[in-house]
Design a protein around this ligand. Structure first.
Ligand code: ADP
Ligand code: UDP
Length: 255
């Protein structure tokens, strides 16, 4: 496997082509952004932690019957994934009111929900990732009805499996964002990343009565360094994977 030209540099990752047209080489950067890029910082160690965390999570999801684009982690900050045509959607699942949802509906963060909520936003930095509903997604041709039904089914399956994973390490999965793509033959798969940058993770081992954030809200809200929190998530996930016999190691590029 050979690393070829850079195809894209986003806010958190660089994507490179490889000599296999079906495989992308992903490099996780130390950059942290919030508020659609309005707030920016370089945080040493973040790229490595997110690369490791998302790799373990994709492995734990696979062990629960939820497939993804993830192929293997090849270094501290790099991994190989299946190359997909991405749907321009941020797919958000919520298990408890938080963030923009709590603000939008005027409820306190932490308010219980009677059922999980699936929401979509159009992935567009220019427009600030506006909310979009199912009809608009189909009407604008962003996904057809069949694809949207499959994306929604997968989002709920990811939520079920991830909620189980995080509950096993004493963390409440408040909400998260995923992205999905389609392979050349039309197979729809979970892609991008699942990290504390893209999830709200509340520590259930904390008994203070306050919400103890183990996620990017620490950065967004200036609550403290993200690194110890991300390290905590990583070490708890590694312990869970070991207890389940899920292999999480780095693998050779050429494998
Ligand atoms: P952003 O584009 O939001 O700044 P990143 O820095 O994380 O985000 O960039 C990663 C980019 O790669 C995103 O645009 C994402 O949609 C895309 N991507 C993620 N997984 C895949 C994949 N398997 N195939 C093709 N593109 C992908
Ligand atoms: N999220 C994300 N990328 C985005 C927007 C949201 O990963 O561009 C995640 C965020 O980490 C949270 C969930 O999606 O876990 C819901 O975010 P929300 O809509 O509440 O937005 P925010 O309060 O972050 O603006």
């Amino acid at each position: 496997m050979e690393k070829l030209e850079k195809l894209y540099e986003g806010k958190a990752k660089k994507m490179y082509a490889t000599d296999d047209p079906n495989v992308l080489w992903v490099e996780y950067m130390n950059q942290a952004t919030a508020g659609n890029g309005a707030k920016k910082a370089q945080i040493a160690g973040k790229g490595s932690l997110n690369n490791r965390i998302t790799s373990v999570l994709f492995d734990l999801l696979a062990a629960r019957g939820v497939p993804s684009h993830f192929l293997r982690r090849i270094s501290d900050t790099e991994q190989l994934v299946r190359r997909m045509d991405m749907f321009p959607l941020e797919i958000i699942m919520r298990n408890v009111a938080a963030g923009s949802f709590a603000k939008r509906y005027g409820v306190e963060e932490g308010t219980e929900l009677r059922c999980p909520i699936l929401e979509f936003c159009l992935k567009s930095d220019e427009l600030g990732d506006p909310f979009i509903n199912d009809d608009a997604i189909v009407a604008l041709g962003l996904a057809d009805e069949r694809q949207l039904a499959e994306i929604s089914r997968q989002a709920r399956a990811v939520n079920d499996a991830l909620t189980d994973v995080f509950a096993s390490i004493d963390v409440r999965l408040a909400d998260f964002k995923i992205e999905e793509g389609a392979t050349g033959d039309g197979t729809i798969l979970l892609a991008d990343e699942i990290t504390p940058d893209t999830c709200r993770l509340w520590d259930l081992r904390d008994r203070s009565g306050r919400i103890e954030h183990l996620d990017k809200d620490l950065f967004r809200r200036d609550l403290g360094s993200i690194i110890p929190a991300y390290e905590e998530i990583h070490s708890r996930l590694l312990a869970l994977a070991a207890s389940e016999g899920v292999e999480t190691g780095e693998k050779a590029v050429t494998e």
